[in-house]
Design a protein around this ligand. Structure first.
Ligand code: GDD
Ligand code: MG
Length: 314
């Protein structure tokens, strides 16, 4: 697999100023580990991370992947080459059909099924779809009855399409299409390669999962949303092991069952924590209330503070 993780994460600023989007914590785990889990479950253990922005911080956390049961190699573009350009840049590592992931989506998709379907159809490319209400910030994919892609339209205006199946940022690609991507220049799947595959009449198919969870975590609202979905247990593929680390809690503090509290937190008397995630070493003063929120490690919440629907870090 190749994971595209070279974007700057601009829409998630300021969260991504010091923490690159691929390792932004979700329920206190670096985000990319969820994608690595999805891949490993499907038997894909040979993974290339395609980086550009703050690559060292990502390498530092994930290393060679052996802690997570996979083998990770890295490619680092001197400047961002675009999504397809990044795939081309990793050409030396690619010999077989490859699963390509946008590095900012959480899904519990059955990837094995997608790969099987891709192989059965002898497709040049297979793209996974997700239904959304408003497709304008995604790539819209119109399909024929037999699943062939008819049209791919990135970030459409509402008047340009009536379709609401979008590109879920998961592909299986046959290496032959590397030849269609210009070397050494910025080129994208969305504006370049996919429309080109259609023009060439290549076998470009869509896969519509029966019922999978899917979200792009690239905005603060959706970053918060994925936490609520996981806490509630809506993401079948993600099982939370232990919601409680070892931390100090006063007897007169209230912590609900859904919340996750990491190691070394302190929760003072009269504090309330509801449907929230506290990272390591968070300090909650007396009578503070934290509800539907995510608090990054080593943050102090002052006494009596009301923190609702927020993402807070130092
Ligand atoms: N290595 C590398 N180099 N990675 C890149 C580059 C690059 O030049 N540009 C973007 N990426 C990575 C980003 O880090 C991100 O993980 C992924 O590619 C997609 O980029 P985004 O910037 O998040 O794109 P988007 O969310 O607006 O749209 C894309 O994702 C949607 C689904 O979430 C498109 O693929 C849409 O068609 C799709 O619907
Ligand atoms: Mg995105």
């Amino acid at each position: 697999a190749l994971i595209l993780a070279g974007g700057k994460g601009t829409r998630l600023r300021p969260l991504t100023v010091y923490t690159p989007k691929p390792v932004v914590p979700i329920c206190n785990r670096p985000f990319l580990l969820y994608q690595i889990d999805t891949l490993r479950r499907a038997g894909v253990t040979d993974i290339t991370l395609s980086l550009s922005y703050q690559p060292h911080k990502i390498e530092q956390q994930l290393g060679d992947g052996s802690d997570f049961g996979v083998k990770i190699t890295y490619t680092v573009e001197p400047q961002p080459m675009g999504t397809a350009g990044a795939y081309k840049f990793a050409e030396d590592f690619i010999r077989e059909p490859t699963v390509v992931f946008n590095g900012d989506i959480v899904t519990d998709l059955d990837l094995k099924k997608v790969v099987r379907e891709h192989n059965e159809r002898k497709a040049a490319a297979t793209i996974v779809l997700a239904p959304v209400e408003n497709p304008s910030s995604y790539g819209v994919v119109e399909t024929e009855r037999d699943g062939r892609v008819r049209r791919f339209l990135e970030k459409p205006k509402p008047e340009d399409t009536s379709c609401c199946n979008i590109n879920a940022g998961t592909y299986v690609l046959d290496p032959k299409i590397l030849d269609y991507i210009p070397a050494g220049e910025n080129y994208s799947f969305e504006y370049g390669l996919f429309p080109d595959l259609l023009k060439r009449g290549e076998k470009f198919y869509a896969h519509v999962p029966a019922d999978a969870y899917w979200i792009d975590i690239g905005t603060p609202a959706r970053y918060l949303q994925v936490h609520h979905d996981i806490l509630r247990g809506d993401v079948r593929g993600i099982k939370l092991k232990d919601r409680r680390g070892s931390f100090d809690s006063a007897t007169h503090a209230e912590i609900d069952e859904l919340s996750i509290i990491a190691d070394d937190c302190t929760v003072k008397p009269g504090a309330q924590i509801i449907n929230s995630v506290l990272g390591e070493g968070v300090h909650v003063e007396e009578k503070a209330r934290i509800e539907n929120s995510v608090v990054w490690p080593h943050t102090r919440i002052g006494s009596g503070a009301q923190v609702v629907g927020a993402v807070i870090g130092r």
